[in-house]
Design a protein around this ligand. Structure first.
Ligand code: F6P
Length: 319
């Protein structure tokens, strides 16, 4: 193996830069050449390849977003869209590819490995933390800390006015970011797509909380469960209380990565290069119980995380 390429793909997450840095420096330390690919799979369409060395990743470890830039390019899933890109890609003499992104990006990476015969390794990076084969994806911890900071601030004003706040957090179809935010902020209710909820029961519990002397009610709502404004509208029909809505949105994706995400990204970046050098392919590196493991890049049947059930039980006791 002489030359590898690296790209970031899908929604950005804090720590992607730290992962690129680790891949590039890890590869250079082993005498490999590295090509960067700008704008993920869209970069393949426009042949956005450029040489990288240890110096080209200086000063990016602490930066949010991705210096390689990224793109959502669902068309890569269509064989007729990716086939014309094959020759230009192979002409770069790339012997291995590292794709940093979420499960959509891994499906594209899997095609490059299996159809184009280029050994490919994935590094999980998404604020959603919904990727099987790793306890944490890069960027989740940063997004969680941002959400916690925002909710703590909202709580001050909620308490001052005695209001109910419906706060929507990201996470796509996963409730991981919502349930962990709820646990960290002592939310009264957390609505996630993995568990059914009943708006009447929620309102009864909130009323009972006020009767017991609570000064506010914070509801954390995963975007995959419902929209915060929908929930607020439903609650206004049942409760005669002041209700406000806050949608945290993309603020959760920006900012400097936490120390945890920097270390995770550094470990996974180095591990990805080691996998390629060890002849492994079509795998993803992830952190399981504190140790790094390689698992298939595309899983047969995605499973709901066991830890999620534990978090829900905790929330039900601690709210
Ligand atoms: O997958 C990461 C994520 O931030 C989700 O939580 C969210 O639903 C989605 O991306 C937003 O995507 P976009 O930035 O393309 O609007």
């Amino acid at each position: 193996m002489k030359r590898i390429a690296v790209m970031t793909s899908g929604g950005d997450s804090a720590g992607m830069n730290a992962a690129v840095r680790a891949v590039v420096r890890g590869a250079c330390a082993q005498g490999l050449e590295v090509l960067g690919i700008r704008e993920g799979f869209m970069g393949l369409v426009h042949e956005h390849f450029f040489p990288m060395d240890a110096n080209s990743v200086g000063g990016i470890l602490h930066r949010g977003g991705t210096e390689l830039r990224t793109f959502r390019y669902p068309d890569f899933a269509k064989p007729e869209c990716r086939q014309p890109l094959r020759e230009a890609f192979l002409a770069q003499g790339i012997d291995g590819l590292v794709v940093i992104g979420g499960d959509g990006s891994f499906r594209g990476a899997h095609c490059i490995d299996t159809e184009w015969n280029v050994p490919t390794v994935g590094i999980p990076a998404t604020i959603d933390n919904d990727i099987e084969g790793t306890d944490f994806s890069i960027g989740f911890d940063t997004a969680l800390n941002i959400a916690v900071d925002c909710v703590d601030k909202i709580r001050d004003t909620a308490t001052s006015h005695g209001r109910i706040f419906c706060i929507e957090v990201m996470g796509r179809a996963s409730g991981m970011l919502a349930i962990t935010t709820g646990l960290c902020c002592g939310a009264e209710e957390v609505l996630i797509p993995e568990h059914p909820f009943d708006i009447n029961e929620i309102c009864t519990r909130i009323d009972a909380g006020y009767d017991r002397g609570k000064k506010h009610a914070i509801l954390i709502i995963a975007e995959g469960a419902a929209s915060a404004s929908e929930i607020a509208t439903g609650m206004r029909l049942i409760l005669d209380r002041e209700i406000r809505v806050a949608v945290l949105g993309h603020i959760q994706r920006g900012g400097e990565p936490t120390a945890f995400d920097r270390i995770l990204a550094s470990r996974l970046g180095i591990a990805a290069v080691q996998q390629l050098l060890g002849g492994k392919r079509d795998v993803m590196v992830g952190l399981i119980g504190g140790e790094i493991f390689a698992t298939p890049l595309v899983k047969e049947s995605p499973s709901v995380r066991v830890i999620l059930g534990e978090y829900v039980k905790l929330q039900q006791i601690l709210h």
